[in-house]
Design a protein around this ligand. Structure first.
Ligand code: 3NM
Ligand code: MG
Length: 554
């Protein structure tokens, strides 16, 4: 048996000058990355050089091993069992990492012996389970995200693909085999990837042991600092959730509009004036901004990704991304903004408008899911279905039975109530975020996919005014931000049941009650007169709720 290894940060080398930067060699960068052996940020190193001849590789292993041995990190070689045999005989290497096209694990084991560390790359469930059965010491699961470092990847599997492999490994009895993920992992996404990949999200389900990176360290100006930052992010992902904002849903989550928690959240909305930063389309901007004001939030309509970095740092800020008119430029702005809000520990609401209508939009959904952690995903049936399917790799998508076609942005009605409930739970459990499926009855799942609340308020008139669906995202963002100001209140009961799930439901309760009240007013004759009445009711209900006046619920 090889000795235990810390897989939290696994460094894979690459000799490409474009990655290393001018004047730097692989040995120099590895030495710099391992510079503080006392810190032990990097637990294992792999020499990966697809073009080098055996003799060059042996020489490099010899050099590298001086540093890795000092740091207590095993040194492996990529693909080449022959080179591993030779280097191990000289004490310059501890094992090999095998791809699916290389010598198989069983043969490699007979060549290298029981002490060698043998790792295997897997990109689907079958490869992962087979590798474990054949005696792999650890697995490299990928490709998580498309990466310029390796363009000939077989499958980009996303966090959902990693999750499926981990789940299958646990179910097959291989939960004890260490697993890292690889492909496009950097300091900015390591935390949430580690968090989201854990399929059940608890300590008893199989989680990633760490991340394997090439460019995040080999291309870093300060490789030692990059290794330290990655180690920190991986640790946070294992123990603290995807972002600083995130909290596990509480068992006391309130799902009732009449509960004291709902009242407290709406009071906080009134008192704290959260900033709702909307990245949205021209059609919707005006009504979304007015709705934000009516519920007591402060709207900022800005589609600039660069500006998002500043806005994310403002106290009380929350981001809504409304994919209404997606272009390559707007998509780049969204991904920048998501990263900025994730980094600042502020919430993100994603509204995948018209997600299933075109290939461009389906691809945009995939890009947004890959861009960072989304605290809330809100959409109609077709949109939520599309987000669910778009997040799967092709193989898994083909296996799914849910219908994929969507008529347009106005929604379709193909799933029965049970199927809707199942859909929100599965998407929530996979992305580990609150999911809202809107319709005549709304279905809202908590971020573990455990509880689903149905909301049957509102009015069909909402469907006759453009921008009302998008404005609900605005209200949700403000409520989620407001609820977070109540965190840490003492145990006298006042902050009990106040979390993101409860906040989403509180925001929805306010929104739909105001719509139902407005729609039946004598002054309201149709969609035109409905809008001002709706804004009035939103403002009145919010003020009433803030004053503990429960008549807004009537
Ligand atoms: N193997 P970076 S992806 C070496 O999917 C490697 O098996 C992959 O590089 C796989 O961290 C990859 O720079 C490249 O994205 C990872
Ligand atoms: Mg290989």
């Amino acid at each position: 048996m090889p000795p235990p290894v810390d897989y939290s940060v696994y460094l894979v080398t690459d000799p490409t000058p474009a990655i290393l930067g001018p004047g730097r060699t692989v040995v120099q960068v590895v030495a710099a990355a391992l510079a503080e052996p006392a810190q032990k940020h990097i637990g294992i190193v792999q020499l990966r050089d697809k073009d080098a001849d055996a003799r060059t590789m042996l020489a490099t292993l010899k050099e590298l091993h001086e540093y890795t041995a000092l740091a207590g990190a095993p040194l492996l070689v990529n693909d080449r069992v022959d080179v591993a045999v030779a280097a191990m005989a000289r004490g310059h290497c501890e094992g090999v990492h095998l791809g699916q096209d290389d010598i198989d694990v069983v043969t490699a084991r007979t060549m290298l012996g029981p002490e060698a560390i043998i790792g295997v790359t897997a990109s689907n469930v079958e490869e992962a389970v087979t590798a474990c059965r054949e005696g792999a010491d650890y697995l490299g699961l990928g490709t998580v995200f498309a990466t310029p470092t390796k363009t000939n990847t077989k499958h980009v599997v996303g966090t959902s693909g990693i999750q499926r492999m981990l789940q299958a490994l646990a179910e097959a009895g291989y939960g004890h085999i260490p697993a890292v993920c690889i492909g496009g992992i950097h300091t900015s996404n390591a935390r949430r990837v580690v968090f989201q990949s854990n399929y059940r999200g608890d300590a008893n389900s199989k989680a990633l042991d760490g991340v394997a990176v090439v460019s995040a360290i080999m291309g870093a100006a300060d490789p030692g600092a990059a290794a330290a930052a990655l180690a920190e992010q991986v640790q946070l992902g294992k123990t603290q959730g995807p972002t600083d904002f995130y909290r596990e849903p509480s068992s006391l989550s309130s799902s009732s509009p009449t509960s004291p928690a709902t009242q407290r959240i709406l009071q906080a909305l009134h008192d704290t004036t959260p900033l709702s930063h909307n990245m949205t389309n021209l059609v919707v901007q005006n009504i979304a901004a007015n709705v934000a004001l009516a519920v007591g939030a402060s709207p900022i309509m800005s589609n600039s990704g660069a500006e998002a970095t500043d806005l994310a740092r403002l106290p009380g800020s929350a981001l809504v991304i409304n994919m209404g008119t997606v272009t390559p430029e707007s998509l780049a702005n969204y991904t920048k903004a998501i990263a900025a809000y994730n980094a600042a520990g502020r919430p993100v609401v994603f509204d995948p408008v018209g997600a299933g209508a075109t290939d461009i939009r389906r691809a945009a959904v995939r890009t947004i899911l890959a861009a960072g952690y989304l605290d809330v995903i809100k959409g109609n049936e077709g949109e939520i279905q599309t987000v669910y399917l778009s997040g799967l790799n092709e193989e898994d998508r083909a296996k799914e039975t849910v219908a994929t076609q969507q008529r347009g942005v106005d929604g379709s009605n193909t799933l029965d109530a049970d199927a809707r409930r199942r859909l929100v739970r599965r998407l929530a459990a996979r992305e580990k975020c609150v999911v809202v499926l809107t319709g005549a009855v709304d279905y809202v799942s908590d971020s573990r996919g455990e509880r689903v609340t149905e909301v049957a308020d509102g009015h069909p008139m909402l469907g006759q005014v453009t921008g009302t669906g998008c404005s609900l995202g605005t209200v949700i963002s403000a409520a989620v931000s407001a609820a977070a100001t109540l965190r840490g209140e003492s145990d006298d009961g006042t902050s009990q049941g106040i979390d993101t799930y409860s906040a989403v439901l509180a925001g929805m309760a306010l929104y739909e009650r105001a719509a139902a009240r407005a729609a039946v007013l004598p002054s309201v004759k149709g969609p035109g007169t409905f809008v001002p009445a709706f804004l009035d009711e939103l403002a009145q209900c919010r003020r009433a709720a803030a004053a503990d006046d429960m008549t807004w619920l009537e």
